[in-house]
Design a protein around this ligand. Structure first.
Ligand SMILES: Cc1ncc(COP(=O)(O)O)c(C=O)c1O
Length: 408
């Protein structure tokens, strides 16, 4: 018998990291020892006290019963596309050119990056980032080109760094707003400045606004500007705005997202055609779930007030704890459900986070899993659990810090 030879994975995957799920191996070890691990690592509201609005489930259930179980049109079903156009208008996007439905924003990211870059070109992505962006770029064999978010400026993009990193081969820039992992919101001035750079350098902007209805900042509420969409601020700039059902409508398992193309019509035409080629090649997004899109976007929005109320209270508790805890400092999150505190410890954040799982059974994600400025250390907290659960988790984190590093 001949010895089976190893089938090697592609070397371009070497840099693909997804620390959020990779930590699960350490957690499995702890679970095998009979402990329960508190998951503050995955941004899934349905792990906690949040429920999908029933009318959205009904719409999908009805679609399945009505036989909407075959393939859907590649760009998405007409009623969903219509509802997304309505949503674009509510977001103040006036230069709408196209909309399409995908299998989660994850697929929007994959399709939009794949339709853009040639070998040797690059796309600016934030550091820290949501790791899917770098994973898709690695998969495409594209060298990463990261720009820093500035912790000293409330985690706004560092414009000077963007200017430094731009090359003649840079084709686009990713803007995550509200941000994962920092919880920051871009200011209008920042959006305008990025638009100006995009105009000057002929870039497309990928505006990931999947958390746009989860704004926790009360000033934004008072002024009745719930979220400032990049495409609304810069109608002429080529842009794809990413949105979806996972977070705002509490159905991450349905895998429904979408892209909204805007900007100068002639400027985005060829690119949009490229996107549609890929959309056709992958057939379609989940069919029955698409019937939840209109129900979600045009139906009652009552759950959102309740979600924001819970998240504000949990954000406040998180922030107070960060301020009261030695070795920790944190820019207060203003949207989404993440905090990204900085920690001052004499070992790597990855070692700290793994010890936290082993010793206190609390799971957060190390800053190095998202990328961070050299010399800094962080971890990301998902503050979705209720207050007593968070308080218990935070007590565990503080205890481990005291035990390992003292209080100085
Ligand atoms: C910033 C950001 N973009 C995209 C996604 C992926 O979302 P989806 O569930 O729609 O694929 C996430 C999920 O956590 C996210 O945080």
């Amino acid at each position: 018998m001949t010895q089976a030879r190893e089938i090697a994975a592609a070397s371009r995957l070497d840099n693909v990291r997804y620390a959020i799920r990779d930590l699960a191996c350490v957690a499995d070890e702890v679970v095998r020892q009979g402990h329960k691990v508190l998951p503050l690592n995955v941004g899934d509201p349905l792990n906690f006290d949040f429920e999908t609005p029933p009318h959205i489930i009904e719409a999908v259930y009805k679609a399945m019963r009505d036989g909407k179980n075959g393939y859907a049109p590649s760009p998405g079903i007409p009623e969903a596309l219509e509802a997304i156009r309505g949503e674009a208008a509510r977001k103040g996007i006036t230069s709408l050119r196209d909309v399409f439905v995908t299998t989660g924003v994850s697929e929007t990211v994959d399709v939009c990056l794949s339709a853009l870059v040639n070998p040797g070109e690059d796309v600016l992505t934030p550091r820290p980032d949501y790791p899917l962006y770098s994973a898709v770029l690695c998969k495409l064999g594209i060298k990463l080109n990261v720009y820093d978010l500035d912790e000293n400026d409330g985690w706004q993009p560092e414009l000077a760094d963007i200017e430094r990193k731009l090359t003649p081969h840079t084709r686009g820039i990713v803007l995550i707003n509200p941000n994962n992992p920092t919880g920051a919101l871009c200011t209008r001035q920042m959006l305008e400045q990025i638009a100006e750079l995009a105009r000057r350098h002929n870039l497309i902007v990928f505006a990931d606004e999947i958390y746009d209805k989860l704004i926790l900042d009360s000033d934004f509420q008072k002024n009745d500007t719930p979220h400032l969409a990049f495409a609304a601020v810069a109608p002429d700039v080529p842009c794809v705005t990413f949105g979806g059902m996972s977070k705002n409508y509490l159905v991450p398992g349905w895998r429904i997202g979408w892209g909204i193309v805007s900007g100068d019509a002639a400027g985005v035409k060829a690119y949009t055609e490229g996107v549609h080629r890929l959309l056709r090649a992958r057939l379609c997004a989940n069919h029955p779930e698409q019937y939840g899109i209109r129900a979600a976007l045009e139906g009652p929005q009552d759950h959102l007030a309740e979600v924001r109320r819970k998240l504000r209270s949990r954000r406040d508790l998180t922030q107070q704890w960060c301020e009261a805890t030695p070795r920790i400092s944190c820019v207060a999150p203003r949207g989404a459900f993440y905090a990204f505190p900085r920690i001052d410890i004499p070992e790597s954040d990855e070692v700290f986070v793994k010890e936290l799982i082993r010793q206190k059974h609390v799971m957060v994600v190390h800053g190095s899993g998202f990328g961070q400025k050299p010399g800094t250390q962080h971890f990301r907290i998902v503050f979705l659990p209720d207050e007593p659960t968070l308080a218990k988790a935070y007590a565990g984190i503080a205890e481990l810090m005291r035990e390992r590093y003292g209080t100085a």
